[in-house]
Design a protein. Structure first.
Length: 113
């Protein structure tokens, strides 16, 4: 539900959004390689996912045609451990959809100017 709601916030601000329900991480990487994305938003629900995220994040960035891909994380861990997520290399750990849209809009506009 949270990912869907975040997607709607982005759509209302003019972004094109693709919502995936992947079978596994390889599914995400395959999709990511096919197109140019400014950002990827992930939902992390427990600290058990942090170790696999640490291993998976570099592969995510390497697979993206966009060398400046922004990785954003939401979900319960964004509230409970934002510092741990940022230590893994996440660009934004946020629990607020408006904050997320505003942050990414500023990042992309800054890059284009």
């Amino acid at each position: 539900m949270g990912a869907f709601m975040l997607g709607e916030f982005f759509r209302r601000h003019g972004w094109t959004v693709q919502l995936l329900t992947p079978h596994d991480g390889e599914d995400v990487l395959t999709h990511l390689r096919r197109d140019w994305f400014d950002a990827v938003a992930l939902s992390v629900s427990s600290d058990r996912q942090l170790q696999s995220l640490a291993q998976w994040l570099p592969r995510l960035r390497e697979s993206a045609p966009n060398p400046q891909l922004h990785v954003m994380v939401g979900g319960p861990m964004a509230l409970l451990a934002p510092d741990a997520l940022q230590a893994l290399g996440v660009d934004l750990a946020a629990a607020d959809a408006r904050q997320t849209v505003n942050w990414l809009s500023q990042q992309v506009m800054h890059r284009k100017s």
